[in-house]
Design a protein around this ligand. Structure first.
Ligand code: SAH
Ligand code: SF4
Ligand code: F3S
Length: 442
């Protein structure tokens, strides 16, 4: 390319918040290398897909999207195509890309994120394909440049990896062992964000309750949360995900008294049946789960609860699924993230007998959605008339309407102009439709 030409990079991120956060670092590194970020495939010089492996559907979609780049590469032979993220840490995936997608120039796994500039230079200089996966687990790269997607809300990872090995889950296989960032690195990052006007910090980890276990200093997640709560500034704190096996009363007490910590707890239960929970290797039972939920409800009366559920785990019977339904009815979650079980290569559950046809699981799934829809609507309707502090996030597609969010992460549509964006306002809830609230600024 000519001197003075600014190359353009297109980054597409799939999967969870951890991947979004990685994507922001990728953009930060590329910006420092002189790339401009684009959304337009036709003008891109570099295309990178940051992939997710959590379910088969996610993987299929990515293979489809990569395949679709073949024609683009034909038209733009100098285009560099790269793949990274969780999928790429699986050997069979890397092999398939190597053999069946010869137009992919660069592939690297989650452990090589910080090495992107080096790897990309290798591709540019040697004009060879570069593949790198499964390197050192213990590294926590600090100080990488970040180009954040939003100004007012930010993700801050506090730990990486997962040691839990839930039998269905690929994450520990592709993200490696648990490792916590040092509290001072986290606090510094949060402080910088607050000073730049950020209003909502979401602390990230596959199981934040394990925070601190591998650190020299003695600190647990509740204590970290408290330290962040005590920082000066006008902001609020969220976190995800908490694992029920080690969600403590200390954690709930910290949320209850921390005036900056949102009254929201995302606590995935996965199944309401003890036999299935054991097969899932979750290390808690229904009783223990319900105990921590009732403690949370007692200490934080207006708490908003959300959860993840898997329908159709291998060997699950309809009766066992009904235990999931009854738990949902009992707890009354504000929202549920529901998934039909998806077989993952290399996990323990892969070898378990799975006799229920997909069509049957789909019916159970629909039943669960219907029950939850009713509960969400009911909770939202019960908020009418209340006044609550919300963060105004953006203009809605509707004219003169703003989208805000409650502490419980519920969207509130408010009348108002753009000057409110990035500010906390008190909103009186005037109506609700399914799981969206409408309100007025008071
Ligand atoms: N670390 C988090 C969740 C990570 S994955 C936790 O432990 O809660 C997000 C959700 O995807 C999980 O909670 C689970 O509900 C779902 N999930 C993970 N693996 C799955 C699989 N193989 N099939 C279906 N759903 C799955
Ligand atoms: Fe997966 Fe379980 Fe780890 Fe969550 S805690 S990432 S579900 S293995
Ligand atoms: Fe997907 Fe990896 Fe997150 S598998 S859910 S992007 S940790």
């Amino acid at each position: 390319r000519a001197i003075g030409y600014v190359p353009k990079a297109l980054i597409r991120t799939y999967g969870c918040q951890q991947n979004v956060s990685d994507g922001e670092k990728i953009k930060g590194m590329l910006a420092l290398m002189g790339y401009e970020i684009t959304e337009n495939t036709e003008e891109a010089d570099f295309i990178l897909f940051n992939t997710c492996a959590v379910r088969e559907h996610a993987e299929d979609r990515i293979f489809g999207n990569v395949g679709a780049l073949k024609a683009l590469k034909k038209r733009h032979p100098s285009l560099i195509i790269a793949l990274c993220g969780c999928m790429m840490e699986q050997e069979h995936v890397a092999e398939r890309i190597k053999n069946s997608f010869p137009f992919v120039n660069l592939l690297f796994g989650t452990h090589s994120l910080h090495r992107l500039p080096l790897l990309l230079c290798k591709v540019l200089e040697d004009e060879k394909r570069v593949f790198e996966r499964g390197i050192d687990d213990n590294i926590i790269p600090e100080g990488l440049p970040v180009k954040r997607d939003g100004k007012y809300k930010a993700f801050v990872p506090i730990m990486y990896g997962c040691d839990n090995f839930c039998s269905y889950c690929i994450v520990p296989h592709v993200r490696g062992r648990e490792r916590s960032r040092k509290p001072e690195d986290i606090i510094n990052e949060v402080n910088t964000l607050i000073k730049s006007g950020c209003k909502e910090i979401t602390l990230l980890g596959q199981n934040v309750n394990s925070y601190g276990k591998n650190l020299d200093e003695k600190i647990n997640f509740a204590q970290l949360l408290q330290q962040i709560n005590d920082l000066e500034g006008d902001f609020r704190i969220r976190f995800m995900t908490s694992h029920p096996k080690d969600a403590t009363e200390e954690l709930i007490d910290t949320i209850a008294k921390g005036e900056k910590i949102c009254n929201h707890l995302h606590l995935p239960f996965q199944s309401g049946n003890d036999r299935i929970l054991e097969k899932m290797n979750r290390h808690y039972d229904r009783e223990k789960y319900l105990k921590i939920i009732s403690y949370a409800k007692e200490k934080i009366p207006n708490i908003s609860l959300t959860s993840d559920v898997i329908v159709g785990f291998p060997g699950e019977t309809y009766e066992e699924f009904c235990d999931t339904l009854s738990l949902v009815k009992e707890v009354k979650f504000m929202a549920l993230f529901t998934f039909i079980y998806s077989k993952r290569k290399g996990t323990l559950a892969e070898k378990m007998e799975d006799l229920i046809p997909y069509g049957e699981k789909s019916k159970w799934f629909t039943q669960l959605l219907e029950v939850q829809k009713e509960i969400s609507s009911e909770i939202c309707a019960s908020m009418i008339g209340k006044v609550m502090s919300v963060l105004v996030e953006e203009k809605s597609n509707k004219e003169n309407i703003l989208n805000a969010r409650t502490q419980g992460n519920i969207v509130v549509e408010l009348k108002g102009d753009e000057s409110y964006i990035g500010k906390f306002v008190n909103a009186k809830i005037t109506g609700s439709k399914n799981w969206i609230l409408t309100g007025e600024i008071v």
